[in-house]
Design a protein around this ligand. Structure first.
Ligand code: NAG
Length: 792
């Protein structure tokens, strides 16, 4: 296979780096700089083509063995460079000559043997510890790095002169990793110009003699064997430890006797804070010798990860050593202690922490000598009965804060056996086995209450009010709805995330207005109308919803699962029943009004009436049989009218009824006049030969012509009131007063409105004629089809 030539190879590299950086998402742009994390990336060289704006570069845990000037020359903004845990053998500080802002350089845990020094004056933090230096790598140039705050060094051989150059510096922390010291120190270490001195002592060697003139804080690691007595000696020389305030011992193994000796020396010294981490205490000797608790500067003793290595020991002796201490603050954690005694006389403790041990409900039973205690931390022990814990506090009149989290606490209801210290304001009951009954066993003046991670499924209504309660944490319980705040009137902060809250109760809105912050995310919200009020809380801004919007997601109904509450919208109308009814009513009213208006405007009732009549007439014609016809009928209709209206009858009515096809025949007494008969006889003759009689009514007709027919009506039953052979057309409106009182028949007919009105609007004429034709049509013996009935 052909070897890649130069340019191709560069291109390949470029793509590789591009790919790696973007696939691993190594770059992060933070507001205070451009960071890249290449930790544990298997690199054997500093990556090329890093962005010039890079400020923080983490190259720790790789296999980089060499550094070159070109590696960093383009990174003029570089502030933090972590090269710890690599294989770098030599370092020339001049490679950082272009990194004028370099503040932090971590080269610890490499293979450095040589150093060429020029001052990198911007450095504040320089770690050269855990390398392969034979002598302390303290070059003259360090004296010029006046900004240096942290310096980490280690070597196999040390001399007093090594540290002369540091005299000019005002260090905050000096770390000396002396684990691998092969040659012991001649005399003692010089007085360092630093606030905090941290020394990892060499294993199995003499204690390094120290002068600590100005050091405030000393941290010593790896103390065992002969070093223990060296430490005791050091602590008994006030001239050497004169101003020490803070002493920390890590990773230490010693006998009980040595421990009490050290404690005794600390008691007599200027130390205020004493911390012991990872200590093995060998208890084989007599433990009866007690400490002399002289007046002391010590305020705080903290012991973490202590292990008692012993077959049997007098617990009373050992635990009394701690319980009788006359200091303010004592912590013994991660140490498996089973018991702690009540002090024998009124104690000075204001702070006690025994977290991560194996204490039982017997702790401080009936203890009256902790009256000054303000804070008691009993997190992660074997405590079981909440009632007993409350009794424990009943004599602790100063107790404000009690932490009982991560225990096995339960509370049996209906016992009325809870008596809490009267000043308790903060109680942590998180991660226990408490159910809702816990609300019947709470301190009356509690302000801050932690109940997260318990199996509480509701908040009982009938509990005493907790008027002082400002903050309650109910996260990770089993609550099904947002509770009301009736019993907690001054609640400001409610955390109820990770429960089973489907929607808030109406009580919540009524009683929880005082809440400023609500944390309710990660609940299975049901996104329906009920939730709208909750969502609007966010918009109103009166209550801050912590974690909004990402933590608030719909769980039900299924089609909305995963939707953010922020994006769930449902309109006001759908949810507000009274609004919905109002709108329906308004719409109906408007519709009715519009229809009515249109009806009146376009005379729809008239059309409907006419259509109805026309349909009836057509129906009648369809059903009628020619055999039903009276044999002496010759005409479809007889028309009677006043002389005054004759023009309309002759020019409008008759032409419109008698269409050209002659399907309708009209008997007109003038036209079909039979000589030798009187007018009345002629008229009656015409009526009798016609299927229908049409009367064209107008005021004139009523006054002048009606009389001709009255007689006829009086004698012929043919035209009774029910008879449908009479068709009245009202050509002009007839006021009732015009009709003479004796015309009862006409009045009755008019009152029954059984007449057709001649419409003034031309648009209605077509329907009028169709209707009239349909009304008078009948198959006469000599007659034809239903040609006349088309609507015009
Ligand atoms: C450098 O990285 C190592 C490993 O990630 C880390 O432990 C160390 O604290 C870092 N150094 C500084 C000064 O932050």
């Amino acid at each position: 296979m052909a070897e890649m030539n130069g340019p191709d190879r560069n291109g390949f590299l470029c793509i590789c780096i591009f790919t790696i950086t973007f696939w691993n998402n190594t770059y992060t742009s933070a507001e205070n700089g451009f960071k890249a994390n290449y930790s544990k990336s298997g690199l054997d060289a500093v990556p090329k083509n890093l962005p010039a704006q890079m400020t923080d570069l983490d190259l720790s845990y790789n296999s980089i063995s060499e550094l070159q000037i070109s590696d960093f020359s383009s990174l003029s903004k570089l502030r933090v460079l972590n090269l710890s845990h690599n294989l770098i053998r030599e370092l020339d500080f001049s490679i950082f000559q272009y990194n004028k802002d370099l503040e932090l350089l971590d080269l610890s845990h490499n293979k450095l043997q040589t150093l060429s020094c020029i001052p990198v004056t911007s450095l504040r933090h320089l770690d050269l510890s855990y390398n392969n230096f034979m002598d302390m790598p303290t070059c003259q140039a360090f004296g010029k790095m006046v900004k240096l705050e942290y310096l980490g060094l280690s070597a196999r051989r040390i001399q007093k002169s090594d540290f002369r150059v540091l005299a000019n510096l005002q260090l905050d922390t000096l770390f000396l990793g002396l684990e691998h010291l092969t040659e012991s120190v001649p005399g003692s270490l010089p007085a360092f110009n630093t606030k905090k001195l941290r020394i990892a002592l060499p294993e199995n060697s003499e204690f390094v003699s120290l002068e600590l003139n100005v050091t405030e804080s000393l941290e010593l690691s790896n103390i065992q064997g002969k070093q223990v007595s060296g430490l005791i000696t050091f602590l008994s020389q006030p001239s050497k430890n004169g101003k020490l305030l803070n002493l920390t011992l890590n990773n230490i193994e010693l006998s009980w006797l040595s421990l009490t000796a050290i404690l005794q020396k600390v008691w007599e010294s200027s130390i205020e804070y004493f911390n012991i981490n990872y200590v093995n205490i060998l208890i084989f000797e007599d433990t009866s010798q007690s400490l002399n608790y002289v007046d002391t500067s010590l305020k705080t003793l903290t012991i973490k990860h202590a292990v008692a290595v012993s077959e049997m020991f007098n617990q009373e002796d050992v635990y009394r050593t701690f319980s009788e201490m006359n200091i303010a603050s004592l912590t013994i954690s991660h140490s498996g202690i089973l018991i702690m005694f009540c002090p024998l006389k009124p104690s000075d403790f204001t702070y006690l922490s025994f977290s991560h041990n194996s204490l039982t409900d017997k702790i401080f039973e009936n203890c009256k000598n902790l009256a000054l205690l303000e804070t008691l931390i009993l997190q992660n022990n074997q405590l079981k009965q909440l009632a007993k814990m409350s009794l424990m506090t009943s004599h602790m009149n100063s107790l404000k804060h009690l932490d009982l989290s991560q225990n096995l606490l339960q509370y049996e209801d209906n016992m009325n056996d809870c008596h809490w210290g009267k000043n308790m304001i903060k109680l942590n009951l998180a991660s226990n086995q408490l159910s809702e009954s816990v609300f019947r066993c709470l301190p009356a003046n509690i302000q801050i209450l932690h109940l997260q991670n318990n199996p509480i499924s509701s908040i009982p209504k009938e509990i005493t009010e907790l008027t002082a309660l400002e903050e309650i944490n109910l996260a990770s319980n089993k609550l099904a709805s947002l509770p009301g705040c009736g019993q907690f009137r001054n609640l400001r902060f409610l955390n109820i995330e990770m429960n089973s809250v489907v929607s808030p109760s109406s009580e919540f809105y009524q009683t929880c207005q005082g809440i400023k912050q609500l944390k309710a995310g990660h609940n299975p919200f049901t996104c329906t109308c009920e939730l709208r009020q909750f969502i609007s809380l966010q918009k109103q801004g009166s209550m801050e919803l912590v974690g909004w919007p990402d933590a608030y997601v719909c769980e039900y109904p299924d089609y909305l699962r995963g939707t953010l509450l922020k994006d769930f919208h449902v309109s006001e109308v759908v949810c507000n029943v009274s609004l919905l009814i109002t709108i329906v009513i308004i719409v109906t009213v408007v519709l009715v009004a519009t229809v009515s208006f249109l009806c009146i405007r376009f005379d729809v009732p008239w059309y409907l009436k006419m259509m109805w009549k026309w349909t009836q007439a057509k129906h009648r014609i369809r059903k009628s049989n020619p055999e039903d016809m009276l044999p002496n009928i010759e005409f479809h209709a007889f028309i009677s009218y006043s002389e005054h209206d004759s023009e309309w009858v002759k020019n409008v009515l008759i032409p419109n009824l008698e269409k050209e096809d002659g399907s309708i025949r009209i008997c007109q007494h003038e036209r079909n006049f039979v000589a030798g008969k009187s007018i009345v006889e002629n008229i009656i003759d015409c009526i009798e030969k016609s299927y229908k009689s049409i009367f064209v009514l107008s005021p004139y007709f009523v006054q002048s012509e009606w009389c001709h027919y009255e007689l006829y009506f009086a004698h012929h039953k043919l035209f009774s009131e029910n008879a449908d052979s009479l068709i009245l057309i009202v050509l002009e409106p007839i006021p009732a007063y015009i009709i003479p009182t004796r015309y009862h028949k006409l009045k009755a007919l008019m009152a029954k409105r059984t007449y057709l009105e001649w419409p003034k609007e031309k648009s209605k004429h077509g329907l009028f004629w169709s209707n009239l034709r349909a009304a008078i049509y009948v198959k006469l013996s000599s007659n034809e089809e239903e040609r006349a009935f088309s609507l015009i």
